[in-house]
Design a protein. Structure first.
Ligand code: GDP
Ligand code: MG
Length: 181
Protein backbone atom coordinates (compact mmCIF):
# COMPACT_ATOMS: atom_id res chain seq x y z
CA UNK A 1 0.00 0.00 0.00
CA UNK A 2 2.77 2.47 0.80
CA UNK A 3 4.27 2.38 -2.70
CA UNK A 4 0.78 2.77 -4.12
CA UNK A 5 0.18 5.75 -1.86
CA UNK A 6 3.29 7.48 -3.09
CA UNK A 7 2.39 7.01 -6.76
CA UNK A 8 -1.25 7.99 -7.07
CA UNK A 9 -2.76 11.41 -7.66
CA UNK A 10 -3.01 13.40 -4.47
CA UNK A 11 -5.68 15.87 -3.47
CA UNK A 12 -4.96 18.26 -0.67
CA UNK A 13 -8.00 18.84 1.54
CA UNK A 14 -7.87 21.51 4.21
CA UNK A 15 -10.03 20.94 7.30
CA UNK A 16 -10.78 24.07 9.29
CA UNK A 17 -13.18 25.36 11.94
CA UNK A 18 -13.31 26.24 15.63
CA UNK A 19 -11.56 24.18 18.25
CA UNK A 20 -13.63 21.25 19.52
CA UNK A 21 -15.93 20.81 16.51
CA UNK A 22 -14.39 17.43 15.68
CA UNK A 23 -11.86 18.09 12.91
CA UNK A 24 -9.38 15.60 14.32
CA UNK A 25 -12.03 12.93 14.91
CA UNK A 26 -13.42 13.38 11.41
CA UNK A 27 -10.07 13.15 9.66
CA UNK A 28 -9.16 10.22 11.86
CA UNK A 29 -12.37 8.46 10.92
CA UNK A 30 -11.85 9.18 7.23
CA UNK A 31 -8.33 7.80 7.25
CA UNK A 32 -8.41 5.04 9.86
CA UNK A 33 -12.06 4.09 9.49
CA UNK A 34 -13.06 4.59 13.08
CA UNK A 35 -13.86 7.13 15.74
CA UNK A 36 -10.68 7.56 17.79
CA UNK A 37 -10.86 6.33 21.36
CA UNK A 38 -9.18 9.49 22.47
CA UNK A 39 -7.74 12.57 20.80
CA UNK A 40 -5.32 15.20 21.87
CA UNK A 41 -5.60 18.84 20.97
CA UNK A 42 -4.05 19.49 17.59
CA UNK A 43 -0.95 21.67 17.50
CA UNK A 44 -0.33 23.38 14.20
CA UNK A 45 -1.33 20.78 11.63
CA UNK A 46 -1.58 16.99 11.42
CA UNK A 47 -1.71 15.03 8.18
CA UNK A 48 -3.83 11.99 7.51
CA UNK A 49 -4.38 10.12 4.28
CA UNK A 50 -7.24 8.33 2.70
CA UNK A 51 -6.95 6.19 -0.39
CA UNK A 52 -9.97 6.24 -2.69
CA UNK A 53 -10.93 4.18 -5.67
CA UNK A 54 -12.89 6.33 -8.11
CA UNK A 55 -13.97 4.49 -11.26
CA UNK A 56 -10.93 2.26 -11.01
CA UNK A 57 -8.48 5.10 -10.49
CA UNK A 58 -6.66 5.29 -7.19
CA UNK A 59 -6.71 8.72 -5.63
CA UNK A 60 -5.19 9.91 -2.41
CA UNK A 61 -6.84 12.45 -0.14
CA UNK A 62 -4.27 14.23 1.96
CA UNK A 63 -6.24 15.66 4.87
CA UNK A 64 -4.77 18.68 6.61
CA UNK A 65 -6.19 18.69 10.12
CA UNK A 66 -5.46 22.17 11.42
CA UNK A 67 -5.61 23.84 14.80
CA UNK A 68 -6.91 27.30 15.48
CA UNK A 69 -4.22 28.69 17.76
CA UNK A 70 -3.29 32.15 16.61
CA UNK A 71 0.42 31.87 17.24
CA UNK A 72 0.77 28.77 15.04
CA UNK A 73 -1.67 29.96 12.49
CA UNK A 74 -0.18 33.33 11.62
CA UNK A 75 3.06 31.96 10.25
CA UNK A 76 1.52 28.86 8.68
CA UNK A 77 -1.67 30.08 7.13
CA UNK A 78 -0.39 30.82 3.63
CA UNK A 79 1.21 27.40 3.56
CA UNK A 80 -2.15 25.80 4.41
CA UNK A 81 -3.88 27.32 1.40
CA UNK A 82 -1.12 26.71 -1.15
CA UNK A 83 -2.22 24.30 -3.88
CA UNK A 84 -5.29 23.26 -1.95
CA UNK A 85 -7.93 21.22 -3.83
CA UNK A 86 -10.81 21.55 -1.37
CA UNK A 87 -11.64 23.15 1.96
CA UNK A 88 -13.95 21.63 4.55
CA UNK A 89 -15.47 24.17 6.95
CA UNK A 90 -16.51 22.23 10.05
CA UNK A 91 -18.91 23.31 12.78
CA UNK A 92 -20.65 21.45 15.60
CA UNK A 93 -24.44 21.24 15.11
CA UNK A 94 -24.92 21.44 18.89
CA UNK A 95 -22.76 24.56 19.22
CA UNK A 96 -24.17 27.64 17.46
CA UNK A 97 -21.04 29.64 18.33
CA UNK A 98 -19.00 27.29 16.17
CA UNK A 99 -21.39 28.04 13.31
CA UNK A 100 -21.31 31.83 13.64
CA UNK A 101 -17.54 31.51 14.03
CA UNK A 102 -17.32 30.17 10.49
CA UNK A 103 -17.43 33.64 8.96
CA UNK A 104 -13.89 34.33 10.14
CA UNK A 105 -12.68 31.03 8.66
CA UNK A 106 -14.40 31.85 5.38
CA UNK A 107 -12.71 35.24 5.44
CA UNK A 108 -9.32 33.65 6.12
CA UNK A 109 -9.87 31.33 3.16
CA UNK A 110 -10.91 34.22 0.93
CA UNK A 111 -7.82 36.26 1.81
CA UNK A 112 -5.46 33.37 1.22
CA UNK A 113 -6.93 31.99 -1.97
CA UNK A 114 -7.21 35.05 -4.19
CA UNK A 115 -7.41 33.98 -7.80
CA UNK A 116 -8.12 30.32 -6.99
CA UNK A 117 -11.49 28.62 -7.42
CA UNK A 118 -11.41 26.19 -4.50
CA UNK A 119 -14.34 23.82 -3.97
CA UNK A 120 -15.64 24.47 -0.46
CA UNK A 121 -17.83 22.31 1.74
CA UNK A 122 -19.83 23.18 4.83
CA UNK A 123 -19.88 20.26 7.27
CA UNK A 124 -22.09 20.18 10.36
CA UNK A 125 -20.52 17.55 12.62
CA UNK A 126 -21.83 15.67 15.72
CA UNK A 127 -25.24 15.01 14.18
CA UNK A 128 -25.47 12.03 16.56
CA UNK A 129 -25.90 14.54 19.40
CA UNK A 130 -28.96 16.23 17.90
CA UNK A 131 -31.69 16.47 20.49
CA UNK A 132 -35.20 17.32 19.22
CA UNK A 133 -36.17 18.75 22.61
CA UNK A 134 -33.34 21.28 22.46
CA UNK A 135 -33.78 22.59 18.94
CA UNK A 136 -33.28 26.23 19.94
CA UNK A 137 -29.73 25.45 21.13
CA UNK A 138 -28.70 23.79 17.90
CA UNK A 139 -27.86 24.85 14.37
CA UNK A 140 -30.77 24.04 12.06
CA UNK A 141 -30.25 22.56 8.62
CA UNK A 142 -32.12 25.55 7.16
CA UNK A 143 -29.55 27.95 8.63
CA UNK A 144 -26.74 25.84 7.28
CA UNK A 145 -28.27 25.52 3.82
CA UNK A 146 -28.68 29.26 3.53
CA UNK A 147 -25.11 29.91 4.74
CA UNK A 148 -23.80 27.36 2.24
CA UNK A 149 -25.79 28.93 -0.56
CA UNK A 150 -24.63 32.46 0.30
CA UNK A 151 -21.01 31.29 0.27
CA UNK A 152 -21.11 28.95 -2.72
CA UNK A 153 -20.53 25.79 -0.70
CA UNK A 154 -21.94 22.30 -0.67
CA UNK A 155 -23.47 21.31 2.64
CA UNK A 156 -23.37 18.04 4.56
CA UNK A 157 -24.31 17.04 8.04
CA UNK A 158 -22.27 14.23 9.50
CA UNK A 159 -20.96 12.49 12.57
CA UNK A 160 -17.45 11.28 13.17
CA UNK A 161 -18.88 8.93 15.78
CA UNK A 162 -22.13 7.41 14.49
CA UNK A 163 -23.51 5.56 12.64
CA UNK A 164 -21.10 2.68 13.01
CA UNK A 165 -18.92 1.60 10.13
CA UNK A 166 -19.02 -1.64 8.27
CA UNK A 167 -16.13 -3.10 6.35
CA UNK A 168 -16.85 -3.49 2.66
CA UNK A 169 -15.95 -6.92 1.37
CA UNK A 170 -13.15 -7.24 -1.10
CA UNK A 171 -11.50 -3.91 -0.33
CA UNK A 172 -8.42 -3.44 1.71
CA UNK A 173 -6.64 -0.66 3.50
CA UNK A 174 -8.20 2.71 4.05
CA UNK A 175 -10.42 2.44 1.02
CA UNK A 176 -12.52 -0.30 2.51
CA UNK A 177 -14.79 1.59 4.85
CA UNK A 178 -18.27 2.80 4.31
CA UNK A 179 -20.99 4.22 6.51
CA UNK A 180 -24.02 2.07 7.21
CA UNK A 181 -26.71 4.44 5.94
P1 GDP B 1 -11.04 19.54 16.95
O1 GDP B 1 -10.54 20.50 17.99
O2 GDP B 1 -11.92 20.23 15.94
O3 GDP B 1 -9.96 18.75 16.30
O4 GDP B 1 -12.03 18.52 17.70
P2 GDP B 1 -11.71 17.00 18.18
O5 GDP B 1 -11.69 16.08 17.02
O6 GDP B 1 -10.52 17.03 19.07
O7 GDP B 1 -13.04 16.67 19.02
C1 GDP B 1 -13.45 17.45 20.12
C2 GDP B 1 -14.39 16.63 21.00
O8 GDP B 1 -15.60 16.34 20.30
C3 GDP B 1 -13.81 15.30 21.43
O9 GDP B 1 -14.19 15.09 22.78
C4 GDP B 1 -14.50 14.28 20.53
O10 GDP B 1 -14.66 13.03 21.16
C5 GDP B 1 -15.85 14.94 20.27
N1 GDP B 1 -16.41 14.61 18.95
C6 GDP B 1 -15.82 14.82 17.75
N2 GDP B 1 -16.63 14.45 16.74
C7 GDP B 1 -17.76 13.97 17.32
C8 GDP B 1 -19.01 13.44 16.80
O11 GDP B 1 -19.25 13.33 15.60
N3 GDP B 1 -19.94 13.07 17.72
C9 GDP B 1 -19.74 13.18 19.07
N4 GDP B 1 -20.71 12.76 19.88
N5 GDP B 1 -18.59 13.67 19.58
C10 GDP B 1 -17.62 14.08 18.72
MG1 MG C 1 -7.90 18.86 16.50
Amino acid sequence: VSSLLSRCRTFKVLVIGDSGVGKTCLTHRLSAGQFPSRVEATIGVDFRERLLDVDGEKLKLQLWDTAGQERFRKSMVQHYYRNVHAVLFIYDVTCPVSFTGLSSWVEECRQNSVGQEIPRFLVGNKSDLRDPSRKEYQVSQEQAVSFAKANGMMFFETSAKNPPIKRVNGQRGNGGYQQDN
